[in-house]
Write a protein that binds this ligand. Structure first.
Ligand code: PLP
Length: 402
């Protein structure tokens, strides 16, 4: 195959590093190694039974054919209700899109709007896919480096420096992957009141972890907090995380009609509708009782507390206390420059994570994958027993560095 057969567009992007860690851990496990995988961004809970039953019923009822490209009307109505009930946002069916995961929704939105050279502001650390999705659309990711002292959140001052006439979008992700940080209503108000001054700047609000928050944190969506922004905001959400439905591939968004229409056009020329059966399952998820979410969140909270205590007790590691999602993002800065038992110097977060995998059999994701060196991400969506074991192993491995 000639070198230039694969497009420049594709050669310019990289595969998802979180998926790469997960598959490396899986591969090592399959070879018989004792590996604990804390790399994956998915809950370990099973999809609730009532949702599974709705999917089985959809199959039995013959709901197995093509559907409207960007979602069946019943699901769109359930999404409209969700946005109204949870976020005080009113959308009509033509302002709602259903796609194959939050990922496709974000991908479609960027493809639908970015011209070559348009800039997208991405606060770092960021979810791994944002920059590559922007590059695939021939846009330019512009990173705002946040600080651990500010809980990895951006401020108006930072935006003042980052916005240019070429800025098309800014991405806000709260609760955040990888840090678990959450923007308060006041913080969103400040940011939103500044952003509303820019006529041609749109906001991608990735709220996929909305339902996973702790200690009475009250989630706000930016389009709700600053209503003037609603016409310029795509509010993205999905069933993957809160409903333990990562494999079902249903994400959705509410936003301006022109954008939603353009996104549907792309979807009509790529995947067409998301799986019909999954759409009926998502309809059940959004229309029935959410009581199990409280139970899941209390389990996540116990795990978060446990892993934070353990990680913060390890010399050389320290971590903020996040209020959402199921990740922590500890600093390994104090271990950089130290030597492993085989005399290899830990130069950065990738070296550290490689060391943890080889020495401790624990798979975590280096901060550089999220655009921030000398940190790493732990997903605590696994049992307390496994987390305890992982922390013990990390502790022993860190003690061997000198
Ligand atoms: N946005 C963020 C911040 C995520 O972490 C993820 C999944 O990891 C997604 C979007 C995409 O989720 P989905 O599985 O619905 O495509």
């Amino acid at each position: 195959m000639k070198n230039n057969f694969i497009s420049l567009r594709v050669r310019n992007i990289k595969p998802s590093p979180t998926m790469a860690v997960t598959s490396k851990a899986r591969e090592l496990k399959a070879k018989g190694n004792d590996i604990i995988g804390l790399g994956a961004g998915e809950p370990d809970f099973d999809t609730p039974n009532h949702i599974k039953r709705a999917a089985i019923k959809a199959i039995e009822d013959g709901k197995t054919k093509y559907t409207a490209v960007d979602g069946i009307p019943e699901l769109k109505d359930a999404i409209i209700n969700k946005f109204y009930k949870d976020n005080n946002l009113s959308y009509s069916r033509t302002e709602v899109s259903v796609g194959t995961g939050g990922k496709q929704i974000l991908f479609n939105a960027l493809q639908a709007t970015i011209n070559k050279g348009d800039e997208v502001i991405i606060p770092a650390p960021f979810w791994v896919s944002y920059p590559d999705m922007v590059i695939l659309a021939e846009g330019i990711p512009k990173f705002i480096e946040t600080k651990v002292e500010n809980d990895f959140k951006i401020s108006v001052d930072m935006l003042v420096k980052a916005i240019t006439p070429k800025t098309k979008w800014i991405i806000i992700n709260s609760p955040s992957n990888p840090t678990g940080s959450c923007y308060t209503k006041k913080e969103l108000e400040e940011i939103g009141n500044y952003l509303k001054n820019f006529r041609d700047l749109y906001i991608l609000s990735d709220d996929i972890y909305e339902k996973i928050t702790y200690e009475n944190f009250s989630f706000s969506a930016i389009a709700e907090v600053v209503p003037e922004l609603k016409a310029k905001t795509l509010t993205v959400n999905g069933v993957s995380k809160a409903y333990s439905m990562t494999g079902w591939r249903i994400g959705y968004a509410g936003g301006p009609e022109d954008l939603i229409k353009a996104m549907a056009k792309i979807q009509s020329q790529s995947t067409s509708n998301p799986t019909s059966i999954s759409q009926y399952a998502a309809l059940e998820a959004l229309s029935s009782s959410n009581d199990f979410l409280n139970i899941n969140n209390s389990i996540f909270l116990k795990r978060r507390n446990l892993i934070l205590d353990k990680i913060n007790s390890i010399k050389g590691l320290k971590c903020n206390r996040p209020q959402g999602a199921f990740y922590i993002f500890p600093s390994c800065n104090d271990l950089i420059g130290l030597k492993t038992p085989s005399s290899k110097i830990i130069k950065n977060s990738s070296d550290f994570c490689e060391y943890l995998l080889e020495e401790a059999g624990v798979a975590v994701v280096p901060g550089i994958a999220f655009g921030m060196e000398n940190f790493f991400r732990i997903s605590y969506a696994t049992s307390e027993k496994i987390l305890m074991d992982a922390c013990e192993r990390i502790h022993t491995a860190c003690k061997k560095l000198n």
